[in-house]
Design a protein. Structure first.
Length: 227
């Protein structure tokens, strides 16, 4: 089978993918809000799953508030090394930020074992101590989200909470809980309601906002992406 058009460059492939996503959304009768459109499309681009057009929820102004934090050099802390690897270091570096994951740190493992807790929960405690204004991106562990809830109850105010763990046990409940707590304390939050999510989704959300932030400070990057 021959292809009518062959796209070879990554930028060409991405532009064509986004065009297809836009057409498919229109066929489905889905109109995305301008503020959240880039995030939703980036997640669909990453997963090829249009359910995210319905399941992603945003607190008011979450994308712009997070973009402002990135423009100020915010750090990202993830709950998996897979998500950490997926977040664009190039974009973060241009904005003065960085990305961390503490899951493999020996002190985190020792503390979790001593307390009978999970490394993901202890990882978020460490993030709160070292980077209290970080973007906390959770794509795997519901216990990380529940720990974030407790930390916010005690005064933590992250720049953004990304709550998109995937699975069956405590997943849906933890997402609903973190979204409610974030709204209560005015913390920006993006969550994928339901069972779907994952480290790739967490990274995609961060990247969509990073690119938005970068476009604001580097218009040439946006023009290059459009040509």
């Amino acid at each position: 089978m021959e292809l009518d058009v062959v796209y070879k460059l990554p930028s060409d492939i991405e532009r064509e993918s986004m065009r297809i996503i836009g057409e498919e959304l229109r066929r489905l009768g889905i109109t995305l809000q301008p503020e959240t459109e880039a995030v939703v499309k980036r997640v669909i681009h990453t997963t090829a799953d249009f359910d995210y057009a319905q399941s992603l929820r945003f607190t008011g102004g979450a994308v712009e508030q997070a973009a402002e934090a990135f423009r100020a050099g915010a750090v990202v802390v993830t709950d998996t090394n897979m998500a950490r690897s997926g977040v664009s270091r190039a974009a973060l570096s241009k904005l003065g930020g960085a990305v961390h994951c503490f899951m493999a740190d020996s002190d985190v493992a020792q503390e979790a074992k001593a307390r009978g807790s999970t490394r993901a929960a202890v990882c978020m405690e460490k993030a709160a101590r070292e980077f209290p204004s970080a973007v906390l991106a959770v794509g795997n562990a519901p216990t990380a989200l529940l720990e974030i809830c407790g930390l916010m109850e005690n005064g933590l105010r992250p720049a953004l909470v990304v709550g998109v763990p995937v699975g069956f046990v405590n997943v849906e409940e933890s997402k609903r809980r973190v979204f409610q707590v974030c709204r209560r304390y005015g913390v920006p939050c993006i969550a994928a309601m339901g069972r779907k999510g994952g480290s790739n989704v967490a990274a995609a959300i961060c990247n969509a906002i990073l690119y938005t932030a970068l476009d604001a400070v580097d218009p040439a990057r946006r023009q290059e992406a459009l040509t």
